[in-house]
Design a protein around this ligand. Structure first.
Ligand SMILES: C[S@@+](CC[C@H](N)C(=O)[O-])C[C@H]1O[C@@H](n2cnc3c(N)ncnc32)[C@H](O)[C@@H]1O
Length: 407
């Protein structure tokens, strides 16, 4: 049976043909070629998650896509080739390609094997933690393909267990219920992973994301290259301590600040595991209050790391996010020793383009000249596809206090 056809605007068709993935509800066309009225965005049509054929306004094939009338992203393109429909064989090919692509990644037993749209599998995330897999299904289309995905992953990787962690934040927009379930084998409460000789416990059942910030691997690596023994490091928003522990492993003296106590408990066990407990002080508290209090107390740091949670999930939260980031940066700068560095990681996609301006304004307030020493992105197993802007979602800036040039 052939897939139902949905026509899209000229602009949307052009974007898809240039490897973008998404079409929004207001870009769908009625059968007569006119745009739909705002109040009937999806109209009567295929159910959520159905695979449809996308056509341009002249009826020419554009793509096969997942359709969802409930989401503001109406279509997620999967295949741009009329001869390659979305079937088991295509999913198997895409999975094999994504997994092979990560073969180059060494020095770690934990990696992202599949990164959704970036790997041509919209809405599918597969993370590997040693012999276990944790997956997320974030689109209605992928949700319907769960049995196929599961079977291929089991056959090709033979993991000891597969856990699904399809959390609310990723499913709500698609009209899907959150879901945490064991899909195969056994998955322990804690999994031990190793990265560049450091060891970490990962809690795949209750941790953030799928348990560990795999996307911060480059930050951990760069920190370990740059930190000098005995430097004072403040790791705010430390979660299970990966950055603070990376710094302590090079001999730094670290303070980790984290609001959620169970994460701090895991962080302490991670420090123990790596023999750096005596170099880390733990603070269970709110970084938004703790930072200004320390700045008043005359504390000075060689490094301040800011890795906050998303401060603006959508454009509608921009003002609030901007204020929050400004507050953090002003007080982080106040804590810097004369040659100190600020390491700022930002995962709020709508805020990314504003970060430099926000830091510039905060620096003016602190009367500091800053030198941007380095900038990097999310780790390489989370590929950034140029034509799919949201696949570049995490950027880190390393900014140092810079002496004013001599007169
Ligand atoms: C992006 S994660 C940090 C990841 C961490 N740097 C790592 O590499 O594993 C943000 C963390 O900030 C914590 N958090 C959120 N709001 C906070 C606050 N106001 N004060 C302190 N920690 C907070 C969250 O519990 C979460 O663990």
């Amino acid at each position: 049976m052939s897939a139902p056809t949905i026509a899209v605007s000229e602009q949307a068709a052009k974007r898809l043909r240039n490897y973008d993935c998404w079409v929004f509800q207001d870009e769908l066309l009625r059968p007569d070629g006119s745009p739909p009225a705002p109040q009937d965005p999806g109209r009567a049509g295929p159910p959520p998650g159905e695979i449809v054929e996308v056509a341009d306004r002249y009826g020419a094939f554009v793509a096969y896509a997942f359709y969802n009338p409930r989401s503001h992203i109406a279509l997620r393109a999967v295949s741009l080739c009329a001869e390659e429909p979305v079937d088991r064989a295509l999913i198997a090919r895409r999975l094999a390609h994504a997994i092979a692509r990560r073969g180059r990644l060494t020095g770690t037993t934990a990696r992202r094997l599949v990164f959704s749209e970036a790997d041509g599998l919209p809405g599918l995330v597969v993370d590997q933690y040693a012999e276990y897999l944790v997956i997320q299904l974030r689109s209605a289309g992928m949700d319907r393909l769960r049995p196929i995905v599961l079977e291929i992953l089991r056959d090709s990787l033979q993991p000891k267990g597969i856990l699904e962690r399809s959390d609310k934040e990723f499913r709500e927009d698609e009209g899907l219920q959150p879901l945490t379930q064991l899909l195969s084998g056994e998955v322990p409460e804690r999994i031990l992973i190793e990265e560049d000789g450091l060891r970490f416990w990962v809690d795949p059942h209750h941790g953030l994301k799928t348990g560990f910030y795999l996307d911060q691997r480059t930050t951990r690596r760069r920190l370990r290259e740059l930190i000098q023994p005995d430097q004072r490091v403040l790791d705010t928003f430390s979660y299970t301590g990966s950055l603070g522990i990376a710094a302590a492993s090079r001999g730094a003296r670290v303070v980790c600040v984290e609001q959620h106590e169970p994460f701090l408990e895991l962080a302490k066990d991670n420090a123990e595991l790596n023999g750096v407990s005596d170099r880390i002080e733990w603070v269970a508290g709110d970084a938004f209050y703790w930072l200004p209090a320390q700045a008043q107390a005359d504390t000075r740091m060689d490094w301040v790391i800011l890795d906050p949670p998303s401060l603006a999930k959508t454009k509608s939260h921009l003002t609030q996010g901007r204020q929050a980031l400004h507050h953090l940066v002003v007080h982080a700068l106040a804590l810097l020793a004369p040659e100190g560095s600020l390491l700022l990681s930002m995962c709020s996609y709508p805020l990314l383009g504003l970060v430099e301006e926000i830091v510039r304004i905060a620096a003016a307030q602190q009367r500091m000249r800053l030198c941007v020493r380095e900038q990097w992105l999310q780790a390489e197993d989370h590929p950034w596809i140029l034509q799919i802007p949201p696949t570049r979602y995490l950027t880190s800036w390393l900014v140092g206090r810079d002496a004013r040039p001599a007169a």
